[in-house]
Design a protein around this ligand. Structure first.
Ligand SMILES: [Zn+2]
Ligand SMILES: [Zn+2]
Length: 418
């Protein structure tokens, strides 16, 4: 059994791992959206693909598989719908910026038709294998993938976690831990813990209420898929939805999530939240949103484009910007935290409003990562989706605990006997 890494190894972004055994199965095929977009290092010929979840670092290059290949892609229904939303948006952005995304609409359409939606815990026979998905607790439809070799050679269970979280979120109960012989696990937050979710939520809501009481707007930049729905449900719980506005791709993503309620918990709360909030669909509503103290939930989460840029320069002095996640280097989100400005169309704009960052991460914490490995009880562990330092440290620690652990780099191949 061989594993080859075309991306997402000793890095976060463009996850793509090829399992070569009797069949060739691609686990994720994403892009890395940074200063410039990076792609998996090759487009191999394969027999099937599995997409763990919709985020572009896992799904963004899937259409490129459909040039010569004509194979099934497995994943959940929300993964298909949300990834199509993000892929279509990425194609639009690439077109506007005259950059190349290296696939065409025709291929995105084939990806759409070749996709085989699976429910959790419903094994799908494929050659000598069963492919089975479990809840990863990360975003709507996110899956832990089990590929179990049942026929031919010795029985073997390969588990790929994708992005996961063991801790509870408002809409997710936490990942299923699946027993494995070979475990491929994300490492994003290795060596780091997230703050207590309950206390964080309290502080966040207090901050919003104080801003509103002062006569300001609480501007909340969010990632369209995952974070927007979590925050929206949270706002409902604290009775803030009647004065909340939702703008940008967060609207379309929230609609898809709410239609796939069997893949989330508290789906009823999300539907009620949608009913109460104002959906911004034109310039007038955007203007109205800023006239009275209100909460505005809008993309992009790292302030790199999207309607958030329409609001951020028009806030009154009592308003506050509440960032809800990690801000990558070089993004406006990182700049505003470090030196209080953003860059739009090559010109620097000073932002005088207060800014606060909240860690509502949907990823496993350090203790989640080790708990997953110990309970999944594999012989071999492959640490991916983390920077070099953290994947190496993770693998070293696991080797010390008696696991056979690796932290491959892009371009590496790992051969596992049996
Ligand atoms: Zn993700
Ligand atoms: Zn990811």
């Amino acid at each position: 059994m061989r594993f080859s890494f075309f991306g997402g190894a000793q890095e976060v972004g463009r996850s793509s791992i090829l399992l070569s055994d009797d069949r060739k199965i691609m686990l994720d095929f994403g892009i890395k959206v940074d200063h410039k977009t990076e792609f998996p290092t090759a487009i191999p010929s394969i027999d099937a693909a599995v997409i763990s979840h919709a985020h572009l670092d896992h799904s963004g290059f899937a259409p490129a598989l459909y040039n010569e290949n004509s194979c099934p892609t497995f994943g959940t229904k929300p993964t298909l719908e949300l990834s199509m939303l993000l892929i279509e948006d990425a194609m639009k952005i690439a077109k506007n910026e005259h950059s190349n995304i290296h696939y065409h609409k025709r291929q995105a359409n084939i990806y759409n038709t070749k996709f085989v939606p699976l429910n959790f815990k419903q094994p799908m026979p494929f050659g000598n294998y069963d492919i089975e998905l479990y809840d990863a607790g990360h975003i709507c439809g996110s899956a832990v993938t089990l590929i179990e070799r049942k026929k031919g050679k010795e029985n073997k269970r390969v588990v790929y976690t994708g992005d996961f979280k063991l801790g509870k979120q408002f809409l997710h109960s936490g990942a299923d831990i699946v027993k494995s012989d070979v475990l491929i696990i994300e490492s994003t937050y290795e060596s780091r813990e997230h703050p207590d979710r309950h206390k964080l939520e309290e502080k966040f809501i207090d901050d919003i209420k104080a801003t509103l009481d002062n006569g300001g707007t609480a501007l909340i930049p969010v990632f369209a898929v995952g974070r927007s729905q979590e925050i929206l449900a949270m706002l409902y719980k604290h009775r803030l939805t009647p004065i909340s506005y939702v703008d940008g791709m967060a609207r379309a993503a929230t609609t898809i999530v709410s239609k796939n309620s069997k893949f989330i918990k508290n789906g009823d709360i999300l539907s009620k939240a949608i009913m109460e909030t104002v959906w911004v669909d034109d310039y007038h509503v955007r203007k109205e949103a800023l006239e009275e103290p209100s909460v505005i939930l809008t993309t992009a989460g790292m302030l790199n484009g999207g309607p958030v840029l329409n609001y951020i320069t028009k806030l009154n002095k009592y308003s506050k910007i509440l960032l809800t996640g990690y801000q990558a280097e070089g993004t406006n989100g990182r700049q505003i935290l470090e030196n209080g400005h953003i860059t739009v169309k090559n010109s620097k704009i000073k932002i005088n409003n207060e800014v606060e960052q909240y860690d509502f991460s949907a990823h496993a914490s350090d203790s989640d990562l080790y708990e997953y490995v110990r309970s999944s009880a594999p012989n071999h562990v492959i640490c991916v989706h983390g920077d070099r330092e953290h994947t190496m440290h993770f693998a070293e620690t696991l080797n010390g605990e008696g696991f056979d652990a690796y932290a491959p780099a892009v371009g590496d191949t790992i051969e596992i006997p049996g």
